[in-house]
Design a protein. Structure first.
Lengths: 140, 168
């Protein structure tokens, strides 16, 4: 019973998190970096980000969480179609990398470069994992 | 996210699986084993892992709580802190003490919403994967029901086997 309620609670949280964060940050966009109390309370949603670039500041956390949600969704619901699953992830990852490279969201330059390296490594690894995808030996 | 990449593959060398399994235990905050604790507190049906790939990565059952491990304990602590804050706020109304006020203001500052949002952001992928594993069990059961054509056959199959009382 506990497991069931925990699952439904976490499902609601995980699915709604990117959208609610986006709406919340957009509604309160004027308070980001201006209101000290707001920064103290919700600063974790844009910690380390350049607050002068409002669009980036609003969009980063929703994109970040949506990418993870997409990954989990694709892994479990496109499991029957291995190559589509891989390509869906590669495209999502590349789009995210383009966004990171275009916006440079972090305040510190070295954070931006590290983030880009991290995302590039992820794309490389995704391409490497194509080697291990064998639709003929699916376990279920 | 890199740790979760083996979820995409069907086959991977054993060494790679072990390597990612070790990394997964770090990424999933598995500092201490919690399976015995959950088994003592709650009753679970013995569903095995969805497949060996998930089992190697540390998702050994369909249960969300068991798969999340220490994260559920942390989530419980956060919930407990909210209850403690409620209690302290009630005390604050009755007793005018400086210590209670400082505890209350500290809890308010941390819980609304720094700690809570930080927890959900850091544990987001692990949490989502565990939830989808559990939901997959639900969808598997639904498929099983539709194959049996009715809930009646499903319930018959789920019934424990009847022991026949035979004389020896």
């Amino acid at each position: 019973m506990f497991d069931k309620y925990l699952t439904y609670f976490l499902l609601v949280v995980s699915v709604s998190f990117p959208f609610i964060t986006a709406i919340f940050l957009y509604v309160n966009r004027k308070r980001i970096g201006q209101d000290e109390l707001f920064d103290q309370r919700y600063g974790v949603l844009y910690r380390g980000l350049e607050t002068r670039k409002l669009t980036t500041c609003i969009a980063f956390t929703p994109f970040y969480t949506f990418k993870r949600l997409w990954f989990a969704f694709v892994v479990f619901y496109l499991n029957e179609h291995k190559y589509i699953m891989m390509i869906a992830n590669v495209y999502c990852q590349i789009l995210y990398m383009i966004y990171i490279g275009w916006s440079f969201p972090y305040f510190e330059r070295k954070d931006n470069i590290l983030n880009l390296i991290n995302e590039t490594a992820l794309v490389d690894m995704l391409y490497l994992f194509f080697y291990f995808v064998n639709p003929a030996t699916d376990e279920r | 996210m890199m740790v979760f990449l083996p979820l995409l593959t069907t086959t991977s060398p054993v060494v790679v699986s072990i390597f990612f399994g070790v990394y997964m235990s770090i990424a999933a905050f598995e500092l201490t084993p919690t399976d015995d604790l959950f088994e003592a507190l709650f009753t679970y049906k013995n569903y095995k892992a969805y497949n060996s790939r998930l089992e190697q990565l540390g998702f050994e059952t369909f249960s969300t709580a068991k798969n999340m491990g220490l994260l559920v304990v942390l989530l419980s602590i956060i919930t407990g802190l909210y209850l403690l804050l409620l209690f302290v706020m009630m005390l604050e109304c009755c007793i005018d003490a400086e210590a209670i006020k400082s505890v209350s203001s500290y809890l308010k500052k941390k819980l609304f919403w720094d700690v809570t949002l930080g927890f959900f952001l850091d544990a987001y992928l692990e949490m989502t994967v565990c939830v989808f594993i559990n939901l997959h069990l639900v969808s598997l059961l639904i498929c099983f029901c539709s194959e049996a054509n009715s809930l009646f056959f499903y319930s018959l199959r789920m019934m424990p086997p009847v022991k026949c009382l035979t004389s020896t």
